[in-house]
Design a protein around this ligand. Structure first.
Ligand SMILES: Cc1cc2nc3c(=O)[nH]c(=O)nc-3n(C[C@H](O)[C@H](O)[C@H](O)COP(=O)(O)OP(=O)(O)OC[C@H]3O[C@@H](n4cnc5c(N)ncnc54)[C@H](O)[C@@H]3O)c2cc1C
Length: 291
C-alpha cells in the first residue's frame, strides 16, 4: 500500500491525478472503521489531515468559509460557535472528545451518512460545497452534493476543500438564531434517530429548516419554512401556538423516514415534528437556551 502524507493541497491534487483510485484519509474516524471491519482495502492513500489549506475557517467575500479539515472540537469554539451555534450544537453531540478532535467537516460530508450531524446544519445554512481537482474547481449547493445515502457528487480525483455559508445567515444571535436538536437512544456517543437544524434570520425575515436521519439525505422542510415566514410577527418575534403546531406538523410531513434497527419511521416523523416545533420556539426565545 502506498501512503502519502501530503504537505500541500497541490500535492494532494497531484497524487489524485497521478494515482487514480487513491483514497483520501482525513481524521480516519469513518475510514479506519471501514478498514478495520474489512469493508475497505485501500491500495493507495493520501492523507489530508495536516494541510494548512483545509484547516480552520475565515470570512471572505460575504461568506464564511469552513475548511474541510475543520474538526468538531474547533466547531465548538468561539468565535465560530457564536456565529454558527447550530453547527456547534451538532458538533457537541458527535462521538467522544477523541472523535471530535480527529473527525472533520469534510469527512462528514464525503461519508454522506443520512445521520451525519453537520449535514442538516449545512443544508439549513444554504451551504455551498467546494470541490477541487487537478486544474479545476466545482461548487454546488450541499443538497446537490449529497445525492443519497453514502453517495455524493464527488468525482474521482476530486477533494472537498470547503463549505461556504452566506454571512447573512452566520451573524449569530440576536440577528440570526440557530438551533440543532438530535434524538438518539442515549445522550452521548449516539447516532441520530432524527435531527432538526433551524436558522431564523430576524433581519432578512427568513426561516430555514433541515431534517437529518429522516430521509436518504438531509431534507429541507420548505413548506414549513414558508408557513413560518408568512405567519411570523417579525417585529415582536412571536408566532401563534397554532402556527407553531403547523410548523412542526409540516416539518414532520416533509420527512421521508424508514424503519430500521434504530427506530421506526413513524417515531422518526414524530421526533421531527416535536423537534422542529421546539427549535422554532427556542429561536423565538432568543439566545440563552442551552442544548
Ligand atoms: C465512535 C464514533 C462515533 C461517531 N459519532 C458520530 C456522530 O455522533 N455524528 C456523526 O455525524 N458522525 C459520527 N461519527 C462518524 C465520523 O466521526 C464523522 O463522519 C467524521 O466527520 C468523519 O471525518 P474524518 O475526518 O474522520 O473522515 P475520514 O474517516 O478520514 O474519511 C471519511 C470519508 O470521507 C472521505 N474524505 C475525508 N475527507 C475528505 C475530503 N476533504 N475530500 C473528499 N473526501 C474526503 C474519505 O475518503 C472517507 O471516504 C462517529 C464515528 C465514530 C468512530
Amino acid at each position: 500500500m502506498t501512503v502519502t502524507v501530503a504537505a500541500s493541497l497541490d500535492e494532494v491534487l497531484e497524487v489524485l491525478e497521478a494515482r487514480p483510485g487513491a483514497e483520501i484519509l482525513a481524521g480516519g474516524t469513518d475510514f479506519m472503521v471501514e478498514v478495520n471491519f474489512g469493508h475497505r482495502r485501500p491500495r493507495s492513500v493520501v492523507c489530508v489531515s495536516r494541510l494548512p489549506e483545509l484547516r480552520g475557517w475565515r470570512e471572505e467575500g460575504g461568506e464564511l468559509v469552513l475548511g474541510a479539515g475543520l474538526t468538531y472540537t474547533e466547531m465548538m469554539l468561539p468565535p465560530l460557535a457564536e456565529r454558527l451555534p447550530a453547527l456547534a450544537q451538532a458538533a457537541r453531540t458527535v462521538g467522544s472528545p477523541q472523535i471530535r478532535n480527529a473527525g472533520t467537516l469534510g469527512g462528514n460530508l464525503a461519508t454522506a451518512s443520512p445521520a451525519g450531524d453537520t449535514l442538516p446544519v449545512l443544508a439549513a445554512l444554504d451551504a455551498v460545497v467546494v470541490l477541487r481537482r487537478w486544474g479545476g474547481e466545482r461548487r454546488m449547493p450541499v443538497g446537490e452534493f449529497l445525492v443519497g445515502p453514502k453517495r455524493t457528487a464527488l468525482l474521482p480525483g476530486e477533494v472537498v476543500t470547503e463549505a461556504r455559508v452566506p454571512v447573512g445567515l452566520a451573524s449569530g444571535p440576536p440577528a440570526v438564531c440557530q438551533e440543532f436538536l438530535k434524538v438518539g437512544t442515549r445522550n452521548a456517543m449516539v447516532i441520530a434517530v432524527a435531527s432538526v437544524a433551524l436558522v431564523v434570520d430576524w433581519v432578512g425575515r427568513r426561516v430555514r429548516c433541515a431534517l437529518g436521519s429522516a430521509g436518504p439525505a438531509p431534507i429541507r422542510a420548505r413548506e414549513a419554512e414558508a408557513r413560518a415566514e408568512s405567519s411570523m410577527d417579525w417585529e415582536g418575534r412571536r408566532l401563534a401556538a397554532a402556527d407553531l403546531d403547523a410548523f412542526g406538523h409540516l416539518a414532520g410531513e416533509a420527512a421521508r423516514p424508514i424503519d430500521d434497527h434504530r427506530s421506526t419511521a413513524s417515531y422518526r416523523r414524530h421526533a421531527v415534528t416535536v423537534c422542529a416545533r421546539r427549535a422554532l420556539e427556542r429561536a423565538m426565545a432568543g439566545p440563552g437556551w442551552t442544548a
